[in-house]
Design a protein around this ligand. Structure first.
Ligand SMILES: Nc1ncnc2c1ncn2[C@@H]1O[C@H](COP(=O)(O)OP(=O)(O)OP(=O)(O)O)[C@@H](O)[C@H]1O
Length: 257
């Protein structure tokens, strides 16, 4: 069973003074769906990049299945840990299909071309994100929401054991917000580890099994979403007064102006 273990981890937040001093020691387990919540600039993206080994931490270690990620070969890491970035760069001109096929890259041997199976996986991912008709379109011709779905299709084609997703619902209309959260929940139900940053506490309350709350001015807290998503914990997180009600047994928070 996949697990990503953080021990006394401090992410290195650029240009932040003072740097955060409260370390994270927790394990993201297979089957769990984690939401990282906190105000703008607190370090959610930086933490996700650190978990993907794209950034060195200031302190502490990250282990994937008991092996420090710093000891894993880049390719092996990319087979097991996938990340969807918050900003989608155009890079070089590419079609939507080519972009999604890049998700298969870690699974190919050097100089190996994509196989029929890689192509089939890419097409299945496009179908899953309702993008089949866009396969041959230039990526940079897509709308913001379509591009977000293309990035998720690439991650789906990559099929990592650990899914790190920076604001999965960005740019998405309500239908696709639900569709994409459903896709992530499906991955968790297939024993993947899913860790995402979120701005919408109601999405977290609806979908996440666990949450990590990153405060700018007090120690972080983490644990089961059902017990941590309370007015008492969320109002100081966002420095925002909230009203709370319940819908289908889940809390629903509304900011009060
Ligand atoms: N390349 C950089 N150079 C300078 N500062 C940076 C850089 N990248 C991030 N930062 C700063 O690091 C801090 C953490 O940024 P990060 O993107 O991790 O926050 P976040 O919690 O994801 O924010 P948001 O909710 O706005 O997406 C911010 O203050 C940001 O301005």
């Amino acid at each position: 069973m996949t697990k990503l273990k953080l021990t006394q981890l401090l992410a290195a937040i650029p240009n932040k003074s003072p740097q955060p001093t409260h370390a994270l020691s927790l394990t993201f387990q297979a089957g769990q769906m984690w939401g990282i919540l906190g105000p703008n600039g607190v370090g959610k993206t930086t933490l996700l990049h650190t978990l993907a080994a794209l950034k060195a931490p200031a302190l502490g270690t990250i282990e994937l299945n008991d092996q420090p990620i710093t000891e894993l070969h880049r390719l092996r890491l990319a087979q097991q840990i996938g990340i969807m970035f918050q900003e989608h760069q155009d890079g070089f001109p590419a079609s939507v299909l080519e972009t999604v096929l890049l998700g298969r890259f870690p699974h190919l041997s050097p100089w190996e071309m994509e196989s029929e199976q890689d192509l089939a996986l890419a097409h299945a991912a496009l179908e899953r994100l309702d993008l089949a008709e866009f396969a041959q379109r230039a990526l940079n011709s897509l709308s913001g929401g379509e591009r977000q779905r293309a990035a998720l299709a690439a991650l789906t084609a990559q099929a990592p054991d650990v899914w790190l997703v920076d604001e999965p619902t960005n740019h998405l209309d309500l239908h696709y917000q639900v569709a994409v959260m459903g896709l992530l929940a499906e991955q968790a139900s297939m024993e993947k580890v899913v860790v995402m940053s979120l701005h919408d506490v109601n999405v977290a309350a609806q979908w996440c099994s666990h949450v990590l709350l990153l405060y700018p001015d007090r120690p972080p807290i983490w644990g089961k979403a059902a017990s941590l998503l309370t007015q008492q914990n969320l109002e100081p997180l966002y420095r925002q007064k909230l009203a709370m009600t319940e819908l289908n047994g889940k809390p629903l928070f509304v900011p009060i102006a």
